[in-house]
Write a protein that binds this ligand. Sequence first.
Ligand code: PHE
Ligand code: CO
Length: 316
Amino acid sequence: MNARADAVASGTAATVAAHAAAASTTVSRAEPEGAAIPTTYGASDRPPRGDYATALSDYVCDQNWSSYTPAQHDRYRRLYADRIAHLPGLACDEFLDALAAMEAADAIPDLAKISVPLKAATGWTLVAVPGLIPEDAFFALLAARRFPVTVWLREEDEFDYIVEPDIFHDFFGHVPLLFNPMFADYMQAFGQGGLKAASLGGLEYLARLYWYTVEFGLIDTPQGLRIYGAGIVSSGSEPGHALQATEPARVAFDLERLMRSEYKIDTFQATYFVIDSFAQLFEATAPDFGPIYRRVREQSSHPAGVVLPGEKIFAI
Ligand code: PHE
Ligand code: CO
């Protein structure tokens, strides 16, 4: 079994996290005027994956749904079946119920079609993007309640693990909770917060918040701990680690504690943060982050996996 999580670049966390590391955006200018610029992050010498030539300056492109091949639809169907089999009793009901209601198990979803019920539920729409996009474009889309979904699907040899978000991760992992009104508001607020974080020197801390909530969050429910993070649910192997392994520290959500916490990008997480409710998450992030970023910056960071004295840890 591959020991790594399906999480190195778990969907949009890659965008935020890569910038958190102050990675340079590799830019190779696309030809048409006003077109999107291919985007990669960090020290990677892989070429940007995805066709940026058709995207506009907001990075939105056509999904071109009819161009997916039968083999791609079949691979998506098998990914869905494999991941959903790991989630009963582990993923939260909000995720599982919304996922089931989308009836998106059998073929790569048509983003425009799913946007109809999503818009009716929470005002969000799904937009297609060629792949990773720059953080300012990403935040601007979230602030407008438009969720970017990568158009391409991983190759067969990436079935268990992929280093960059694809349509399976972005759709299966992220879209179900956009049907939840409180979580939907949190995601929009996150986009608004991102747009102002750069000038406050807060991107690194905002990236940690995204990572430990949207990608790897756990929630405490009357039935026990459950997963809501997209990076966990879209991985075949991290759900068991997140909820059943003895090693990781499961720490009660605390905004400043979280912002001081480093995270792992190439292994299972050593720390998970546990919220009581999506309302708690939304309310805790409502204050102006300006003073919070300043305080966090003045303090040292905690390595992943550290438990602090007196800290509330969730038992499994
Ligand atoms: N309140 C944050 C700020 O002032 C914005 C934010 C909201 C960030 C929700 C993340 C999530 O920057
Ligand atoms: Co993601």
